[in-house]
Design a protein around this ligand. Structure first.
Ligand code: NAD
Length: 501
């Protein structure tokens, strides 16, 4: 099978969006083998931005074959050299940060300011991982046997399949591509269908930075058509996935059948506890950011706000008043933009309606924003709901939108029990001035990230991020821990003979 080159000239200018976003395979722009494309819709306007190639199993087969052939030479380069090339990608990204941010803003509808913040985080990830090329530590120890040296070194896995969500698109690419490549793998990224632009740009810059042909591939298309064949391909040694639990579970089962490694970074239903001694203004500020930033499209979104009875009424008033003042739109002065597509919007609003029908009270929001300012964009009003039970659907399923629920509890014990009563365990936060309470929370909260007097945030390039239970399968992204996902260990013994010195 051959790869057809895109009809447009090879596009190296990430500042101009091609009319058809091509795959990037073996150093070439490529159309899908089947020749099909799909529309990329602007979530802020509902209008088409461009078309995108629609890959299938045929494209995956071509890409894996090329990646497999290219990987040994890449693994043969020193890890310091690989780090240098990754640093070059980060430098090029820094040079073109405005253009990349523009693509992120365009494809997600978020403000340029937020898109720039995300782009800068992706660049930092590049610099952090590139530096790990000079700290690619193993372990040395002693053997029980005389004259036998023992050490542990890392080795690459082969071809890594990377599948990402659309919420923070360029950061999601960076969080996986940089460590996968540093460890000596060839990487094939299946971009999120809603955010093809920044993923395409990363591939362009990787090529320009000197990543050898075939070592880094970008495929576009839908999950079941382009993602699933990557998961099923026998030559893909590791699948690193960021997305929903439902798809994560299918990936674990499917890749598990062939005993391939899977790193799953999945959903959250993150609690933020407001104690009776909290600085309420600070708690409101962080609850707003946790629930509504990025239109609530964060795995770490604060979607369960658990408040002590003693301050519940006051906090509710302050929180609802502040939420009503949030500005929704695409400008830098707005607080958040649209959700990523119409189907997501319809589904989250339907959940709110089901909760309402079951007796929940919607304190503010609960609807799409319409009118001249919003046009046909997928804008959802900041939504705060109360009177929901811990076992209600809305308490246990992730909505991935600007929607949060309030829960009234009598004390710390009830708060921590409710916080832990969840299928998820990604991030959590507590607001208190009491050090003892904070320490008890840190000890007892069942989550991958715990924060005191802050938001349900926690994703910095040098720190591990991931969750418990249905939030993941135990691996961590970012930090040096990411290297464990993309490499395997080799225990080495060297017998030597002092008599022959
Ligand atoms: P999704 O699972 O629908 O899609 C994610 C990606 O998987 C997309 O690229 C999609 O094309 C692909 N996909 C879908 N079906 C597939 C299949 N059968 N085989 C292979 N790939 C397939 O998720 P979404 O709704 O786009 O993203 C939101 C989810 O991502 C939320 O649950 C959110 O919490 C999660 N998320 C988690 C983290 C984390 O680090 N834990 C970070 C960001 C987002």
């Amino acid at each position: 099978m051959t790869v057809s080159l895109a009809t447009q000239p090879a596009h190296n200018d990430v500042g101009a969006i091609p009319s058809v976003i091509p795959n990037h395979i073996g150093g070439h722009d490529a159309l899908a083998v089947g020749g099909r494309t799909f529309e990329k819709i602007d979530p802020a306007t509902g209008r088409t931005i461009c078309r995108v190639v629609r890959s299938t199993a045929d494209d995956v087969r071509v890409a894996v074959g090329i990646a497999k052939a290219a990987q040994p030479a890449w693994a043969g380069a020193t890890v310091v050299r690989r780090g240098e090339i990754l640093r070059q990608i980060a430098l090029l990204m820094r040079e073109r940060r405005s253009a990349i941010a523009e693509l992120v803003a365009r494809e997600t509808g978020k403000s340029r300011k937020d898109a720039l913040g995300e782009t800068d985080a992706a660049i930092e990830m590049g610099f952090f991982v590139a530096g790990e090329g000079r700290r690619f530590y193993g372990q040395t120890t002693t053997s029980a046997v005389p004259n036998k040296a023992a050490m542990v070194v890392r080795q690459p896995l082969g071809v890594a399949g990377l599948i990402i969500a659309a919420n923070t698109p360029i950061a999601n690419v960076a969080w996986k591509a940089f460590p996968a490549l540093l460890c000596g793998n060839a990487a094939i990224l299946k971009a999120a269908e809603d955010t093809p632009l920044s993923a395409w740009a990363f591939g362009v810059l990787a090529r320009e930075a000197g990543v050898p042909d075939g070592v880094y591939t970008t495929l576009h298309g839908f999950g079941e058509e382009a993602g699933a064949p990557l998961v099923e391909h026998p030559d893909v040694a590791v699948i690193s996935f960021t997305g929903s639990c439902e798809v994560g579970r299918w990936i674990a089962e499917t890749a598990g059948r062939r005993l391939a490694k899977t790193c799953l970074e999945l959903g959250g239903k993150n609690p933020l506890i407001v104690c009776d001694d909290a600085d309420l203004q600070n708690a409101v500020t962080w609850a707003l950011g946790s629930a509504f930033s990025n239109a609530g499209q964060r795995c770490a979104a604060g979607s369960r706000i658990i408040v002590f009875d003693a301050v519940y009424d006051r906090f509710r008033q302050m929180f609802v008043d502040a939420a009503k003042k949030l500005k929704v739109g695409t400008a830098d002065t707005d607080d958040y933009g649209p959700v990523i597509n119409e189907a997501q919007m319809t589904s989250m609003l339907a959940s709110v309606e089901r909760a309402r029908a079951a007796g929940a009270v919607v304190l503010t929001g609960g609807h799409r924003l319409t009118g001249e300012r919003y046009g046909n964009g997928f804008f959802v009003a900041p939504t705060i709901i109360e009177h929901v039970g811990p076992n209600d659907e809305i308490s246990r399923t992730e909505l991935f939108g600007p929607i949060t629920c309030l829960y009234r509890v009598k004390d710390f014990e009830e708060a921590i029990a409710l916080a832990n009563d969840s299928p998820f365990g990604l991030t959590a936060s507590i607001h208190t001035q009491n050090l003892n309470r904070a320490m008890a929370f840190i000890g007892r909260i069942q989550s991958g990230v715990a924060s005191v007097n802050g938001g349900t945030y926690g994703s910095e390039p040098h720190l591990p991020f991931g969750g418990l239970r249905q939030s993941g399968n135990g691996w961590r992204e970012a930090g040096t821990q990411a290297l464990d996902v993309y490499s395997d260990l080799k225990t080495v013994y060297i017998n030597h003979n002092p008599a022959q010195v």
